[in-house]
Design a protein around this ligand. Sequence first.
Ligand code: ATP
Ligand code: MG
Length: 178
Amino acid sequence: MTDARRGLILINTGPGKGKTTAALGTALRAVGNGMRVLVLQFLKGSWHYGELDAAQAFGQNFVLKQMGRGFVKVGGAETDPEDIRMVEEAWAEAREAIDSGEWDMVVLDEINYAIGYKMLDPAVVAEALRNKPEMVHVILTGRNAHPLLVELADTVTEMREVKHAYQKGILAQRGIEY
Ligand code: ATP
Ligand code: MG
């Protein structure tokens, strides 16, 4: 046991709801501690999420950016090069943000999907995380986290679906899903 302060790598994965919202809750906690948090949302872009406006209320200490356009077509050959370009751009910004010393916490929201869709190399992400500045916290979200990243992470949580309103035909609700 050690009480030394250090940056952690966290992963929120699994099929149940709560991966992104748990990351945002942690971000809120960090901002409340006077830390500066950057959230980069991979693949998202077509929906307007409440957290975009909520983060703005905190000014430059809580910055949230959508780095994609949502509804990505999956599967090797069919993947639109434009989506791949946007993921590469998101990753370049993520890497720079982690290494910049400007942020105490960087959330890579939905990055696990980008990796799962083979739009981003898990080895490249692992290498960046291994060499990150010691004090930076990094949170990765999305189903099916890559084993390489799970091994590297300090804290990994798997959301398990017990039930979801969607199964009863209830569509996304404001304040809950977006
Ligand atoms: P949230 O953003 O609500 O924390 P999440 O990050 O765990 O969800 P994602 O895989 O990013 O989940 O999916 C985003 C959307 O899909 C959200 O609107 C969420 O409510 C919905 N969703 C998540 N899990 C399920 C599920 N098991 N069944 C149906 N819809 C789901
Ligand atoms: Mg999510």
